[in-house]
Design a protein around this ligand. Structure first.
Ligand code: BES
Ligand code: ZN
Ligand code: MN
Length: 471
């Protein structure tokens, strides 16, 4: 679908109406009929003539909308629009007032929501759902170009990342991810890619990364994607992503039920490619490096075993108490590798712990950081983008849970505060830079009954963070 701002006759006008306020002319008879009452998210189509419609979207009682209610209004308008035989629509929903939010914000957010609602992953379905008739959605207002561009770039990045995440692990292997990064880099002059394979990972001294990689018949990949949007000597922001294309748990094998959804364990890496696609489209004046730590966590005769001790790229040794705590093993070496880029800031994104869902459910991404300014900026970008994070403490008190009698640390901190002890583990590899850790195990993919899908989070958060840094 195209999104634009222009003045031209359309097949449908979309307007929000409040229960207790006057409605547009055409709908006075409707109000009297009592068929439609304007409850939040309720939709009704009024015909002026067979070619001109008015889509009324209920907004409840008159008051500035909360962001989540605005989202509901937008989503329900899409549901009804998809049933109409129309090519063009003029959308006045961003004219509704939403607490503290500008018209540009409401337009950008609406585009993200519409595009999210239009997303389909049906490449393995014999029968595809028919495409919606609507071709162009027209907004009204001045100076909305940037908001539209940003909304579209974020949506493009999210679609790209969701497609990768939704692919099964028999297709989306570490090698496949590396190829996708290569392909993406061909689309933009500002991008370049370098990839290390399993034997190079071992040779470089990444003993923890290798310990995860070696159990699988699939090659492992450490992919570096560089986006240069400004002077080469400007220190980059480095994103490090967990790219476990399937997490069986390894020798500490998961239960069958616990394995469902583990194709999504590469979402951190996929999201980084989405961020890079978005900022390359927007040509943001910054430098960014994405490091994708890709491997498959499998049990086999070659696999790491509980109580194995390995040496990380940093020199520190780790006793692998649980091979299912593999994310931190690939990440710790990728984080040390990040030092080579002399980063301004490092942010890692990982579906790291089940515990984060116990703490925050599936609404907020957990944020842990060694720098309060960085944490504040991310919290603010979360509010801006409505892709929210919530900070957990990274106090030294928790570090003791990682003690090992034989190595410098254990890779597992036990049952209590699992999200924090996982971050404590990573913190031992991030002393040389400002760093934030985002645990997206609860937010990157959702499962409801038989339905499972990637969300593209936290792309809106991190693109907003980068936009804010540029302004
Ligand atoms: N990939 C999982 C975390 C996960 C669980 C993500 C459920 C999404 C949904 C991770 O590798 C893992 O297995 N973590 C363990 C760590 C433990 C063994 C210390 C966990 O959270 O149970
Ligand atoms: Zn995992
Ligand atoms: Mn695991």
């Amino acid at each position: 679908m195209k999104f634009s701002v222009k003045n031209k006759p359309v097949d449908c006008l979309i307007v929000g109406v409040f229960k207790d306020q006057p409605w547009p002319d055409l709908s006075q008879t409707l109000k009297k009929s009592g068929d439609f009452s304007g409850n939040l998210g309720e939709c009704w189509v009024v015909y002026k003539d067979p070619a001109t419609r008015l889509l009324l979207v209920g907004c409840g009682k008159f008051a500035p909308l909360k962001e989540r209610d605005y989202k509901k209004v937008i989503l329900s308008s899409l549901k009804t629009l998809s049933t109409l035989n129309i090519a063009t629509a003029q959308n006045l929903l961003p004219q509704l007032s939403v607490e503290k939010r500008s018209l540009a914000w409401k337009t950008k957010y609406a585009i993200e929501i519409y595009r999210g609602g239009l997303y389909r992953f049906d490449q393995f379905k014999s029968e595809k759902k028919p495409k919606m008739a609507l071709k162009e959605m027209i907004f009204r207002g001045k100076n909305l170009d940037k908001a539209i561009q940003q909304g579209l770039a974020i949506a493009d990045g999210m679609d790209f990342s969701k497609n990768l995440s939704n692919l099964p692990s028999n297709i989306c292997t570490p090698t496949y991810l590396a190829k996708e990064a290569e392909k993406l880099s061909k689309d933009f002059k500002t991008l370049s890619v370098k990839t290390l394979n399993k034997s190079q990972i071992k040779k470089l001294g990444m003993g923890a990364f290798y310990a995860v990689a070696k159990g699988s018949a699939q090659d492992a990949k450490l992919v570096s994607v560089t986006y240069q949007g400004t002077a080469k000597n400007k220190a980059p922001i480095v994103f490090v992503g967990k790219g476990i294309t399937f997490d069986t748990g390894g020798i500490s094998l998961k239960q069958p039920d616990g394995m469902i959804g583990m194709k999504y364990d590469m979402s951190g890496a996929a999201v980084i490619l989405g961020i890079i696609k978005a900022i390359a489209e927007l040509k943001l004046p910054i430098n960014v490096v994405g490091l994708l730590a890709c491997a498959e966590n499998m049990p086999s005769g070659e696999a790491s075993k509980p109580e194995d001790i390995v040496q990380t790229l940093s020199g520190q040794t780790v006793e692998i108490m649980n091979t299912d705590a593999e994310g931190r093993l690939v990440l710790c070496d990728a984080l040390t590798y990040a030092e080579r880029f002399k980063p301004e800031i490092v942010i890692d994104i990982a579906t790291l712990t089940y515990a984060v869902m116990v703490a925050l459910g599936q609404h907020a991404t957990a944020l842990l950081s060694n720098n309060e300014t960085l944490a504040k900026d991310l919290l603010a970008a979360g509010d801006d983008s409505q892709d929210r994070v919530w900070q957990l403490p990274l106090w030294d008190d928790y570090q003791e849970q990682l003690n090992s009698p034989f190595a410098d640390m254990s890779n597992s901190g036990g049952r209590l505060a699992g999200t924090i002890t996982a971050a404590c583990f990573l913190s031992r590899f991030t002393k040389k830079f400002k760093w934030a850790h985002l645990d997206v195990a609860g937010t990157a993919a959702l499962m409801a009954g038989t339905d499972r899908y990637a969300t593209g989070r936290p792309i809106p958060l991190l693109v907003q963070y980068l936009i804010n840094r540029c302004e």
